[in-house]
Design a protein around this ligand. Structure first.
Ligand code: 13P
Ligand code: SF4
Length: 310
């Protein structure tokens, strides 16, 4: 308790001195969520990054998120508490292979999930997040062929929602792929009145068991507003912190992964710690850099997404 109080005081002091803002994703450790100025899903965090007037942005999330914030804010310092906080989806889509994939599908418009590198964003026509992917795809003329990258599960779900055929890059999230349909069924027998709510990065058999599917913010809002009192939550377990805070009288059960592990915690997101948040505010390192030419090309599809999301 003492350690946290000291660190909270230090971070609060440094934040003021640096004129910094802390943006945190729901998949961060609860103590990081508690010290953040804003907590949100990927879209909301991009919108906050686009709107901030702070000199320094501490992005308590993963690399592609901080990189997106830098693309939106070339003049501000953007810090990622741990530079190794990557993402399996971004890793699944190296830009060289992606360019080849595009060549094999000429005439296609490219919609990329925000969970990709700046280089892949620069090869894309639209960026989307899990909360606006359906809207973005629906905004594209019906006769236009589409490549969707890099998440095959989100892509398949969007195809179902929109009725559009898309060519899918075969990437997946290591966390959401780990949820087991078998264990979910077992859990449903223990909690028969619990509603299953799931993130669209999960595989189709898991999604088929869900009463509600949406981004982390959509899952949180649904759970708070729903008449139901018990929920099995099929996404990274960090979101349960805000669910429990917003609806303390309700029961939230984290969906179990396939193995006996903590695999429902993102190993990348969880690299950030309160200590690293304090350290980056102190040293202004590690900071994110994006070259001007890459920034210019990557900004276009991000801006298109933000304009379509107001
Ligand atoms: P959202 O923030 O859109 O819910 O996506 C979750 C995620 O996996 C972020 O990496
Ligand atoms: Fe990437 Fe999955 Fe972690 Fe999100 S939860 S950052 S998609 S590995």
């Amino acid at each position: 308790m003492k350690r946290h109080e000291d660190l909270f005081a230090k971070i609060t002091r440094l934040k003021k001195e640096r004129n910094a803002v802390i943006l945190a994703h729901y998949y961060q450790d609860p103590d990081i969520q508690d010290i953040a100025d804003f907590i949100g899903d990927s879209l909301q965090l991009s919108q906050q990054a686009a709107a901030t007037q702070a000199d320094v942005i501490v992005f308590a999330g993963v690399h592609f998120m901080a990189e997106t914030a830098k693309i939106l804010n070339p003049g501000r310092t953007v810090l990622l508490p741990d530079l190794e906080a990557g993402c399996s989806l971004a890793d699944s889509c190296p830009v060289g292979a992606f360019r080849e994939f595009k060549k094999q599908h000429p005439g296609h418009v490219v919609v990329s999930y925000i969970n990709c590198t700046a280089e892949v964003k620069a090869e894309s026509d639209y960026i989307c997040t899990s909360s606006n992917a359906v809207k973005i795809v629906n905004s594209i003329p019906k006769d236009q062929q589409i490549i969707f990258a890099p998440d095959k599960n989100l892509g398949a779900w969007v195809m179902k929602q929109t009725g559009r055929e898309m060519v899918l890059w075969q990437g997946a999230c290591v966390v959401h792929e780990t949820f087991s349909e078998k264990k979910l069924i077992q859990l449903q027998t223990v909690y028969p009145s619990a509603q299953v709510i799931a993130h669209p990065e999960c595989e189709a058999p898991v999604l088929a068991r869900a009463s509600f599917i949406g981004s982390t913010t959509a899952l949180l809002n649904y759970a708070v507003k729903s008449e139901n009192k018990e929920f099995i939550v099929v996404t990274e377990s960090g979101i349960l912190h805000q669910m429990q805070k917003a609806a303390p009288h309700k029961t939230f059960i984290p969906s179990p992964p396939n193995a006996n592990c903590a695999c429902n915690e993102c190993p990348y997101m969880r690299r950030n710690t309160l200590e690293k948040v304090a350290a980056c505010l102190e040293t202004l390192e590690p900071s994110i850099d994006v070259s001007a030419s890459l920034r210019e090309r990557a900004l276009r599809p991000i801006q298109r997404m933000l304009d379509l999301s107001v």
